[in-house]
Design a protein around this ligand. Structure first.
Ligand SMILES: [Zn+2]
Length: 302
């Protein structure tokens, strides 16, 4: 028996890519998420990589797909700190540069997500989570420098993601902390950046892009999307794998509200592709039904 566990442990340890450098992935694929932005599907930090054989409900080793995950069960699915819509805290405030608004919120979402992950981190071990799973048959792979997918234990994957995001948001060339001298004096008309479609604002013609007035670089929005996509995966892993711990700590209302805020923000600024949210779509649909994403009149007036 002990021999069995011993070898099991060794097996996992053997696989744990302690030495793999975190650097390549999302940066190489800062495009990563944005398979979305450019429309070139699946690749980049990519979609799921369903392990073969695990998808069929009937497969002996596969988990039962029909079983409802805990986070979709009542009362948890309706547990919220806030009743009602998040619009008022999502919509771009009047006269605020959209880049500033994205940067600020991204930073806060990241900070909070970090803390939530910290809460379950001790349970997210290579033994408990040998892959970055977001539900039965759905595993995210990390891309190495050559875009070769790597199966990493969730804890390693998330550690890489958090580090990668941290590097991005602390990078002055993407998230400048100094005001852009040429524009600080001008108050930007809200309509200029708000009404333009985020999707079209990648800075193609060198004309304008989201955050330009705030001193953000042309790739700012694309980077935001890549960061958002990776953050979503951390949510997906926690929901699918560690939600019971969240419930044990009576944090489900906080976590649901946090996630609803995160999703509402993503929808408002088109930060997540439709296919990216698949692992938590039923939850998002439920939030929708609960009215958490409703536009309210006040928040729409500009
Ligand atoms: Zn885990």
């Amino acid at each position: 028996m002990s021999q069995f566990f011993g070898s099991l442990g060794r097996g996992f340890r053997g696989k744990k890519p302690e030495k793999t450098k975190p650097s390549p992935l999302p940066s190489a694929s800062g495009n990563s998420g944005n398979g979305g932005a450019s429309g070139n599907g699946g690749n980049g930090g990519g979609g799921y990589n369903p392990p073969s054989g695990n998808l069929m409900p009937g497969s002996p080793s596969g988990q039962r797909i029909t079983q409802k995950p805990l986070f979709l069960c009542k009362p948890f699915v309706t547990s919220q700190l806030v009743k009602g819509s998040f619009s008022t805290i999502v919509v771009l405030p009047r006269y605020v540069d959209q880049g500033e608004w994205l940067a600020l919120n991204l930073f806060e979402f990241f900070d909070m997500l970090n803390k939530f992950y910290g809460v379950v981190q001790e349970f997210c071990t290579p033994q408990a989570c040998p892959s970055m799973s977001a539900g039965p048959g759905l595993d995210y792979s990390w891309l190495d420098a050559n875009k070769k997918p790597l199966r990493l234990p969730a804890t390693t994957y998330i550690e890489y993601v958090l580090q990668w995001i941290s590097n991005r948001i602390n990078d002055e060339s993407i998230f400048p902390t100094k005001a852009n001298p040429s524009t600080t004096t001008a108050v930007n008309a809200p309509s200029s950046s708000v009404s333009s479609s985020p999707a079209g604002a990648a800075g193609t013609a060198g004309q304008t892009w989201i955050g330009k007035e705030g001193g953000f670089p042309p790739n700012f929005y694309v980077t935001c999307k890549a960061i958002y996509k990776q953050m979503f995966r951390v949510f997906a892993h926690i929901y699918h794998t560690h939600f019971a711990k969240i419930v044990h700590m009576s944090l489900e209302a906080h976590f649901n509200s946090f996630f609803a805020h995160f999703i509402h923000f993503a929808r408002a600024f088109e930060l997540l592709e439709r296919r990216d949210i698949e692992p938590l779509r039923p939850l998002i649909d439920s939030f929708e039904e609960q009215g958490l994403f409703k536009d309210n009149e006040r928040s729409r007036e500009q």
